[in-house]
Write a protein that binds this ligand. Structure first.
Ligand SMILES: [Zn+2]
Length: 336
């Protein structure tokens, strides 16, 4: 009996010894977890801020840099910029999460692998487009101020240059030709979204899609060879009455030296975004005119294509404007 009691006492004692440190461990683990959570929180916050900054820089480089540099002495204004970009980042994250939920893993096919997981939201596209509209409409009848060029060249990255030679009113044979409406904002937003280089007509002047002796063509001749440009995406606008949504001009194939299948690739991307009626060489892009496309392919020996976009896809409805920019983004991304 005494022996049994002794064994029981020993067992109770052993139990107490085992139990005590395990309780201690649980408490400590919780504390450690808490500290780790806080640390991770701080790290995530730091990573998020860096991401936001990078994203803001990449996507709205011109605009973002301009705001930061003009407010560099004002910490409050700078932090406002950060807040704005972080809310955009949050939206992007939300969108990515919802797409992950609704869309299975992309398939290995070319089409599937480039499904719109990387598509910007309509708000991210239309925000910049709308903000640029007023700038282009303010400049469309102004001659270049003293010391300023008629064009703007914005150096970006990659091998694609986006051009918009009819972004403002221009002169042809002594008459004023009206701007290809909204091609300036579309080209600029497209450059923001892709990081691609950008060249557009910024002030009322001689038509660079008609005359070769313009500062615009001079900029092309200097920039294209020295920046290893492989494709010029030339953005234009035409009336809805032609019957197509987009017309691709490659001078009946002559303006494509390397990317012979660009028209079919581009058509595929437009179709994917509901832009069904894509025509080819209704506007040839330079058969009888000294166009940007002709100049780039003939004189600079670099591929170029003229994208004539019907009016209804240029800042008439949000859906159609966003669709055409998403499709153009896919094209630029593929070749950049
Ligand atoms: Zn045009």
């Amino acid at each position: 009996m005494q022996a049994i009691l002794a064994i029981m006492v020993v067992m109770v004692a052993l139990f107490a010894v085992i139990k005590a440190p395990s309780k201690f461990n649980v408490i400590n683990r919780e504390k450690v977890n808490e500290i780790v959570r806080e640390d991770v929180g701080i790290n995530n916050e730091a990573i998020r801020q860096v991401d936001d900054f990078q994203r803001g820089f990449n996507e709205r480089s011109g605009q973002f840099v301009a705001v930061v540099s003009s407010t560099s002495g004002d910490a409050r204004a700078t932090s406002t910029v950060k807040t704005e970009t972080s809310s955009v980042a949050k939206k992007e994250k939300e969108q990515t999460v919802s797409q992950e939920k609704t869309e299975p893993q992309p398939s290995s096919s070319e089409q599937g692998a480039s499904q719109p997981a990387a598509d910007p939201s309509n708000a991210e596209i239309l925000g910049p487009v709308n903000s640029y509209k007023s700038i282009f409409s303010a400049n469309k009848e102004k001659v270049p101020p003293a010391g300023e060029s008629a064009h703007v060249l914005r150096s970006g990255s990659g091998k694609v240059l986006i051009t918009a030679p009819h972004a403002v009113n221009h002169i042809r044979e002594g008459s004023t030709k009206i701007v290809d409406y909204c091609t300036g904002p579309i080209a600029k937003a497209l450059s923001d979204l892709t990081g691609a280089h950008l060249l557009y007509l910024n002030y009322y002047s001689r038509d660079p899609n008609y005359y070769d002796d313009t500062s615009f063509k001079e900029a092309l001749a200097n920039f294209v060879p020295s920046n290893n440009i492989k494709l010029v995406v030339d953005i234009h606008g035409a009336a809805d009455s032609h019957g197509w949504d987009v017309d691709l001009g490659d001078i009946n194939g002559a303006s494509l030296l390397n990317f012979k299948d660009l028209a079919s690739v581009a058509t595929g991307f437009f179709n994917q975004y509901g832009i069904a009626n894509v025509s080819k060489n209704d506007f040839s892009g330079g058969e009888r005119q000294n166009t940007v496309t002709k100049f780039v392919s003939e004189k600079l020996k670099v591929d170029a294509m003229q994208f004539e976009i019907a009016r209804k896809y240029r800042c008439e409805t949000d859906e159609q404007t966003a669709a055409v920019i998403k499709a153009l983004k896919r094209i630029v991304d593929k070749y950049k």
